[in-house]
Design a protein around this ligand. Structure first.
Ligand SMILES: [Zn+2]
Length: 310
């Protein structure tokens, strides 16, 4: 029962039809999945982005510079968190702001750190090796980097805040508060006083060819109307219109802080962990990433943004 958070009830309802509706009349160019794939690879080329390592520091610089190419303002929030197993750690939450003056705002989040321990690997010898996190970390960040690039190229009237959070993935089993530490820091130190977007969308593990995105339990508890909006705008068959399991992921802390937040996360009803087979193993590498899935998720976000612009 661990997770990118913890997996709870994994039962799904019987009406698992796929949501394949695409926004009609959407003014955007199609989301570029190959470009998002390249952004995923660029993160992996730093090595595992384990907090307090040189790869993590270098990737932070690259993420900041890359967001700066597309966003009006970039902020790097630094702070200190208490981890369950590794003492105190400095964090960097990297925040890209598009249209800072717009009052209608959408929050988009993904974690950019990777887990120091592949403790779900079938080979116990790998349990203390780091996870590359092509899917668990890099995929969600890559979709948001590419989204920012396309919004810059085409323009939007909506305010968009891209919050790349640190130290999501150093949690331990049966200790909910040990996950999402960068997000917990951000919710208690918002980058703008009184920050109040319309709602938020979190991306986590959005790169697998076999991904299934179901309606995650806590998202439904706190933000069911926004789950409806996202799934209505879903751009392909990976989005399954069925109740999914409960995941303690970054969105839980955002919802508790009063911002409705929807988790788009790959949940599997056919696995013991509730996640893809590569989850928290040394096999979470570029081999497991499919640009078509990245494109579907990115297109869904573009469709949602188009619907909010009206
Ligand atoms: Zn994870």
């Amino acid at each position: 029962m661990t997770a990118c958070g913890s997996m709870g009830n994994t039962s799904t309802s019987s009406n698992d039809t796929t949501a394949t509706t695409t926004q009609e009349g959407n003014h955007w160019a199609a989301f570029d999945g190959e470009a998002a794939l390249a952004f995923t690879r660029q993160q992996c080329e730093f090595g595992p982005r384990v907090p307090a390592t040189p790869a993590h520091a270098k990737c932070a610089e690259w993420l900041t510079a890359t967001l700066a190419e597309s966003c009006d303002t970039v902020m790097v929030q630094t702070g200190t968190v208490q981890t369950a197993k590794s003492g105190q750690l400095g964090i960097k939450n990297i925040i890209g702001i598009i249209n800072p003056e717009a009052s209608q705002r959408l929050l988009l989040m993904a974690h950019w750190d990777t887990r120091p321990w592949a403790d779900n690997d079938p080979d116990p010898d790998n349990h203390n090796k780091p996870v590359m996190g092509a899917n668990d970390g890099a995929s969600g960040v890559a979709v948001l980097l590419q989204l920012a690039r396309q919004l810059k190229a085409e323009g939007t009237t909506l305010g968009v805040d891209i919050v790349l959070v640190d130290v999501e993935d150093m949690g331990e089993n049966d200790n909910e508060e040990s996950w999402g530490l960068g997000t917990q820091y951000w919710t208690s130190h918002p980058h703008v006083a009184g920050y109040k977007p319309l709602f938020g969308i979190l991306l986590d593990m959005v790169g697998s060819s076999n991904a299934t995105f179901t309606r995650e339990y806590f998202s439904m508890q706190y933000a069911s109307g926004f789950v409806d909006l996202v799934w209505k705008n879903a751009a392909g068959s990976h989005f399954i219109n069925a109740q999914g399991g409960a995941i303690t992921d970054d969105h839980v802390f955002v919802n508790r802080a009063g911002i409705p937040c929807v988790d788009i996360i790959d949940m599997r009803s056919d696995s013991d962990t509730g996640f893809c087979p590569e989850w928290h193993t040394v096999h979470d590498t570029m081999d497991a990433i499919d640009p078509a899935t990245l494109a579907e998720v990115g297109q869904t976000l573009l469709n949602v943004i188009a619907s909010l612009e009206q």
